[in-house]
Design a protein around this ligand. Structure first.
Ligand SMILES: *Cc1c(COP(=O)(O)O)cnc(C)c1O
Length: 371
């Protein structure tokens, strides 16, 4: 059996360091908003090249609290439109609707699965006040074009970096292109904690201060509340785990790119298409390796026969979810719907052996329609 993602093996590589870090927190007697969180925030900001990184409870909160902070600062108001790719994970949309903002669903570029300049411009209207590009599957969106549009139309940009830790364009990392970036450190993400965790990156001091208050009951100073905040703190243990794992993020990403490179050069089935080439490998952190096939059900059966785990990211697009049946039940997004019907994610991880990668390639290349 080839696992889709072997988390146990990934974390086992750092077992002694993780246990030592855990013991350090236990022995410190300080468990919430202490030196571990501050240290991780500093090193993650440095990694991303931003002024600030603010730890929060998870990736959804990182998105939600950033939009909320812009509302508190008077930069967004109820009903404002937020452009977002229609094929994203539901969390990107939930953060918008949670804040009483209006998702403006945009079809993605078919090759990159991300927002494109022309699709954004086609969706633009006077109500749009922000863009939420999602660097889906690990590939950074065309950020320099997106920032040009944002400048021209005076829009805020929040990058959803939950799948793209370390991906960069022109040597500038994701999370440092927009006015803010939201990260998830869910265990299965490229930088994964051993529980839930998230962070916001930004170079905007006012935004950072507002989020720092919002994540902690709306308070800067104990028992003085300036906002009706929430409890969305990153805890000390998870921050300590993340500080260990951040040191290995780049080498893990390189290992993922190696797997992807092999898939790209060696998968050659006429029934399977791989998404578009990247101009530079550094654009893609390969959180997922997604293929498309119009024969998905048959391909799934074939992979099962070969003992290869796969996942579909995602089987139902947000506009077809019951949760959004009132808001977007009659929206038609043929491109997005087609993507959701044809995609499938092959195993990819920093701990896959060459032998395992070869087995996946063999399975792909032996796929026939008549079996
Ligand atoms: C995982 C993910 C999130 C949410 O992160 P959580 O930490 O699970 O809340 C948001 N957006 C995208 C694109 C994701 O993949």
């Amino acid at each position: 059996m080839i696992k889709f993602l072997d988390l146990k093996e990934i974390n086992a590589q750092y077992e002694s360091e993780l246990k030592a870090a855990c013991a350090r927190v236990i022995d410190s007697g300080w468990y919430i908003l202490g030196s571990e969180v501050t240290a991780f925030e500093e090193s993650f900001a440095k990694y991303c090249g931003t002024e600030y990184a603010i730890g929060v409870a998870n990736g959804l909160d990182a998105l939600t609290l950033t939009l909320r902070a812009w509302k508190e600062l008077g930069k967004l108001k109820d009903g404002d439109g937020v452009i977002v790719p229609a094929n994203t994970y539901i969390a990107s949309i939930l953060a918008i609707t949670e804040n009483n903002l209006m998702p403006v669903l945009v079809e993605p570029d078919e090759q990159s699965y991300n927002l494109s300049k022309s699709n954004i411009l086609a969706a633009m209207n006077d109500n749009v006040k922000a863009i939420l590009p999602v660097h889906l599957y690990g590939r950074i969106s065309p950020m320099s074009e997106i920032m040009k549009i944002a400048d021209e139309f005076n829009l805020l940009v929040l990058e959803d970096c939950a799948q793209s830790h370390g991906a960069e364009l022109s040597e500038k990392k994701c999370g440092n292109w927009g006015h803010a970036g939201a990260f998830s450190f869910y265990p299965g993400k490229n930088l994964g904690a051993l529980g839930d965790a998230g962070a916001i990156t930004t170079n905007d001091t006012e935004l950072a201060e507002t989020i720092i208050a919002l994540r902690n009951y709306g308070s800067h100073k104990k028992y003085e509340n300036i906002y009706q905040g929430v409890n969305s703190r990153l805890d000390e243990i998870q921050a300590a785990m993340l500080s260990v794992k951040l040191k290995y993020l780049d080498s893990e990403t390189e290992a993922r790119r190696l797997v992807a490179r092999k898939y790209r050069t060696e998968i050659n089935s006429e029934f399977i298409s791989l998404s578009g080439d990247v101009s530079s490998e550094s654009e893609h952190a390969y959180h997922l390796f997604v293929i498309e096939t119009p024969y998905r059900e048959r391909f799934e059966a074939h992979l099962k026969q070969y003992g290869i785990q796969y996942v579909i990211h995602y089987p139902i697009p947000p506009h077809h979810q019951k949760a959004y049946s009132t808001l977007m039940g009659d929206v038609s997004l043929p491109l997005t719907e087609n993507i959701h019907n044809n995609i499938l994610s092959l195993p990819i991880s920093p701990v896959m052996s060459e032998e395992e990668v070869n087995q996946v390639i063999t399975a792909c290349n032996s796929f026939r329609l008549e079996e």
